[in-house]
Design a protein around this ligand. Structure first.
Ligand code: NAD
Length: 312
């Protein structure tokens, strides 16, 4: 499979490495408006490929070079500087998505292509890319809260001394400050989180849950403070999403999409079954009243931000 990555900054380069390491692509095409940067990344990655899978990695200096790509990953645009929120990137990155998506669509097969959106603020960028591309909603997929859910599983894994792979717990809503943890549907193995805590005599009171939610929401800020940007976690999320799609795994992941929209007609993260056709089904999990209210608030924030960029 031929895969394109648009935007070869910290995230795009890490995504390229992660995609290469899946072994699922025979060719990876890199495009960045800064040609020097993408050419250097292609060189470097090409050398790394000599130690692993035989992947052809090329840098192209115009969009004709992405012809034949079945998946296009968009990781271009401004990133958060220390102290900035994802929403602060709204105007700058709406322009970036509006620049990139028409050029991509002019060079790919609209009957097949899937767009994976990484650029922040993620949910609004998914809505924009969907509107501009005219693709079916199922094939415009944002990484959404896949990364936030992974962060949650990592924290819970340490708290409960159980592998993250046995934890089914999701962060839903905006990939941003209004994201929320869906505690009501969290399960460890085949039993609910509450039953697990009872059986293992683990104490997970409301105050600890609130601290965990705060840590998940603020993980990116902490990483940006320490290393200037985040890239490894999101690269892992993109590679995982790619596996779901290319291998038609039909796994449940919390991606952002306009497919089967549930609230306020916005793209936001819900548990969704993802396979070779993109988003197949959206699962509506059990939620208590507080969680439902938080999710509604998250949807309202995304709607407001989308309306703001749409008016400009
Ligand atoms: P970066 O500044 O390192 O790289 C951005 C790259 O985009 C640059 O190389 C730039 O030349 C390129 N670019 C900008 N406009 C372009 C255009 N119109 N066409 C082609 N290329 C263009 O930034 P980064 O750290 O790599 O972050 C990229 C994006 O990913 C940001 O929006 C960031 O917030 C987002 N991000 C998302 C997640 C997530 O979970 N979804 C996680 C981390 C970062």
């Amino acid at each position: 499979m031929k895969i394109a990555i648009i935007g070869i900054g910290s995230v795009g380069a890490a995504v390229a490495t992660a995609v290469k390491n899946t072994g699922l692509a025979h060719e990876i095409v890199l495009y960045d408006r800064d040609n020097v940067r993408s050419r250097a990344a292609a060189e470097d990655l090409g050398h790394a490929a000599a130690f692993s899978f035989d992947v052809k990695i090329t840098s192209v200096n115009n969009y004709r070079g992405i012809r034949g790509c079945e998946i296009v990953i968009i990781a271009a645009g401004a990133n958060q500087k220390p102290g900035q929120t994802r929403t602060d990137l709204l105007d700058a990155n709406a322009s970036v998505i509006s620049d990139i998506v028409p050029r991509v669509m002019a060079n790919v097969d609209p009957k097949n292509v899937k767009l994976i959106i990484v650029t922040n603020p993620l949910d609004v960028m998914v809505m924009l890319a969907h509107r501009i591309s005219h693709l079916p909603a199922a094939r415009v997929i944002g990484t959404g809260t896949m990364l936030d859910s992974a962060r949650l599983r990592t924290i819970l894994s340490r708290q409960l001394s159980v592998s993250p792979q046995s934890i089914n717990a999701y962060v839903l809503g905006e990939h941003g400050d209004s994201s929320m943890i869906n505690w009501s549907s969290a399960a460890i193995g085949a039993i609910s989180l509450d039953d697990f805590c009872r059986q293992t005599k683990t104490h997970l009171p409301k105050s600890t849950r609130a601290t965990i939610e705060h840590r998940v929401q603020n993980a990116a800020y902490e990483i940006i403070r320490g290393r200037g940007a985040t890239w490894d976690g999101i690269a892992g999320a993109v590679a995982d999403l790619l596996r779901c799609i290319v291998n038609d795994e039909r796994r449940i992941v919390t991606v952002s999409s306009m497919a089967n929209v549930t609230r306020d007609g916005v793209a936001m993260s819900m548990p969704r079954i993802v396979g070779c056709d993109g988003v197949i089904t959206t699962i509506i999990p059990k939620m208590d009243r507080t969680e439902s209210a938080k999710l509604r608030r998250s949807a309202r924030i995304i709607r407001h931000n989308f309306d703001c960029v749409s008016k400009r």
